[in-house]
Design a protein around this ligand. Sequence first.
Ligand SMILES: Cc1cc2nc3c(=O)[nH]c(=O)nc-3n(C[C@H](O)[C@H](O)[C@H](O)COP(=O)(O)OP(=O)(O)OC[C@H]3O[C@@H](n4cnc5c(N)ncnc54)[C@H](O)[C@@H]3O)c2cc1C
Ligand code: FES
Length: 348
Amino acid sequence: MKIDIVGSDATLSFNSDAGARILYEGLESIPSLPYECATGTCGSCKAKRISGDFAWVWPDAPARKDLKTADDFLLCQCEATSDLKAEVRAKLNAPQAVNLCANWYDAQIIASENVAPGVMCFSVKLGQTTSFVPGQFMVLEFEGIVGGRAWSMTNFAEKTDVLDFVIKKKPDGALSDFIFAQQSVIGLKARVFGPLGRAVYQQALNKDILCIAGGSGVAGMMSILSAFVHFESFKKNKANLFFGVRTTADAFFLKELSELVVQAAGAMRVVIALSDAPATPELIAQYPHLQFGQGFVHDVAIQHMDGQFTPNTRAFLAGPPPCVNSAMRTLLMQAKLPATEILYDKFN
Ligand SMILES: Cc1cc2nc3c(=O)[nH]c(=O)nc-3n(C[C@H](O)[C@H](O)[C@H](O)COP(=O)(O)OP(=O)(O)OC[C@H]3O[C@@H](n4cnc5c(N)ncnc54)[C@H](O)[C@@H]3O)c2cc1C
Ligand code: FES
């Protein structure tokens, strides 16, 4: 089927197979198509039919409830059933933060580790190498689980066939239940689509970076901070990470974060914000290169950053939507950061 997407500045075309999500078919050649989550929850990929037909692949997609007419649909959750012309509210020829096209990869889990209660890290090996930018994510589909799930890469490599992820168990989540019920996830096969996402860090940025993450939102921050060290950006810029968890037992990646702080030679600060109980003296003694604060991560961030915001700051936010929304409000209202300098991924 031929798909014509009419943006505010151009009309771009691509082909889409029956059964395939229109967004994914389009992102194989057009990285400027509008989207955020790529998995049916945010509504950013909304389009309006001009002519032709589509069908819902996931009729219960949460973002569908905000659509006003039967001609409105989500590019990420619909397939074309004829040639289709649709309008989006986006500039299709506008310069993009990332110009990488997305692709499908066959993949298999090759390593895994439980790093905190209900938190698992694992690595997948792809059938071919890929490139991604720190902060990006992939959509993974597992056999027997309907739909894909977005997960941010924790590793950083300019070209690689291994992707590292961290997954936090969601109560009653379909894929969470599946993954955490396995005796071992090693050997599980998946289809992986990406890279996706525009909340990215690039070597040319030349800004101080402020990362605020709740729970598994730290995933993409690991990749961003690794790149900050790899590119030796610490020679010109500063990095701050505020990582929110509930209690000492819920914290993970502390060893890896300590190592990054040391490598960044004084230009990186990592503060673990514990919302439910203060850090134990043992934890504080074990990680002398990390700092600890008590409270919600956005509150801890604004306290520690008091007087330290530079006009040259780029913020990255990730995690559950309430955490990202609070951090965003705090940065806009209290820190007066311009909205254009705040990039985020809401883990719906
Ligand atoms: C950009 C982004 C990055 C993310 N990164 C991470 C990460 O690094 N680590 C992490 O733990 N989580 C991450 N998440 C959240 C993750 O995608 C899942 O929501 C989470 O793992 C829970 O999945 P679940 O299957 O257990 O829960 P569920 O509630 O069963 O499903 C969660 C999501 O899966 C999709 N889905 C569910 N059912 C269907 C269906 N029938 N058809 C199609 N789609 C369906 C929907 O998007 C739904 O919101 C990220 C989310 C986004 C948007
Ligand atoms: S990108 Fe389609 S709903 Fe989020």
